[in-house]
Design a protein around this ligand. Sequence first.
Ligand SMILES: Cc1cc2nc3c(=O)[nH]c(=O)nc-3n(C[C@H](O)[C@H](O)[C@H](O)COP(=O)(O)OP(=O)(O)OC[C@H]3O[C@@H](n4cnc5c(N)ncnc54)[C@H](O)[C@@H]3O)c2cc1C
Length: 421
Amino acid sequence: MFELKRYDVIVIGAGVAGLATARALAEAEKSVLLLEGRSRVGGRILTERLSESELPVELGAEFVHGRSDDLWSLIDEAGLATYELGGKQMCFEEGALSECSREGTFDVLEELSENAPDMSFTDWIAEKHLPEEAIQAAIGFVEGFNAADARKIGTAALARQQKAEDAIEGDRAFRILDGYAALPAYLLKKFEEAGGELRLSCAVEAVHWQGGSVRVRVAQEEFSARKCVVTLPLGVLQAGSVVFDPVPQPIFDSASQLAMGRARRVSYVFRDLFWKDRADGMGFLFADEGLPRVWWTPAPNRAPILTGWAGGTSALNTAAMSDEEFAATGLRMLATIFHMPEANLRAELVGWHTHDWQHDPFSLGAYSYAPAGALGASEAMTAPVEGTLYFAGEHTDITGHWGTVHGALGSGLRAAKQILK
Ligand SMILES: Cc1cc2nc3c(=O)[nH]c(=O)nc-3n(C[C@H](O)[C@H](O)[C@H](O)COP(=O)(O)OP(=O)(O)OC[C@H]3O[C@@H](n4cnc5c(N)ncnc54)[C@H](O)[C@@H]3O)c2cc1C
């Protein structure tokens, strides 16, 4: 009778967490099968190369935030060229565009403490008796960066994040010149060189398991292993679209305490730097009204690309918009900011690029955050289940770097270590 090949480990999901785990295990001479639902690896890293611009457009993760050891060792090992982002910060306030200094605006965030009672950011900031504009600026910042609802995200998690960011120079940001996708591509190459097997377009439907044995079902096929690393995004876990039999209840209870954040981004490629007369060298642009309110260029790189970003409740407000409507809204916003007739702006436009992460069944959201009271939930998700199931992914980061590529990478390396111990 035909017998199923039994792997040492099946890894579900070929984002950064899954690829990092799979590579480490394959290099430790485990037989590893990596199952990915999409027809590509990289997950929430998605680079679009363009004929009209040397610099590619990112549709998912764009920034290498700070100098995390794990991520930079990998970037160096892969020999990827990077550059540091910089440029003037511009503000569009009360209908006028000018260079802004946001210095001091967010000093209040330094008062966040993991040891103080954990509460929602809106409740916390309300106690600070700040002017309304300062409150709105802080809420906008927290929601934009964390893709979070400020009425839910917890101050303890924010405090942990703040500390973690400080430790890696998190105020600096870099880009991989060739596109972020070069990073998962490198991990995949190393995984395959070490003998690992990848199956694309294999959406896992069910994980049947008992101590020391796992069967993973994909459409008409079944794969078997001794252990399984699950790097499904939090949104997918919460939706219950993959059946676990039996349900590892403590893991799912913890997953339900966390929240999947929302973010929407659109990148416009123009013929030229049309903004150079009013805002030459512009890096970030913050608007006090309209949608999107956060914008950036790839400065100091002079590719004529502008990206608009809506995170948290601002992204929630776009929920009913199609990609076309969102892109059109962004273009109108740019016309307002730069006091240009929309038709002139359209004449400058080569194209726009976006991806709807919220409705993508393989992400069901942008990235995770910990609501008030849920600080311990990610850590609880890192506990191996009967030495058989292991959970990884950015939502299982416990170092304060949830929602980032380096957080995902660290979680994948952690799961591999747990298995190899
Ligand atoms: C718009 C946006 C902007 C971002 N910007 C940044 C940034 O600038 N810097 C930064 O550090 N981070 C950023 N992030 C966050 C970062 O992209 C993620 O934290 C990180 O890539 C997550 O990696 P992961 O491996 O945990 O998950 P994923 O990359 O989501 O990997 C999970 C994998 O599981 C697969 N999968 C899902 N369901 C199934 C199934 N049923 N069967 C098989 N496979 C399945 C998915 O296809 C995916 O490949 C951004 C994210 C988004 C969405």
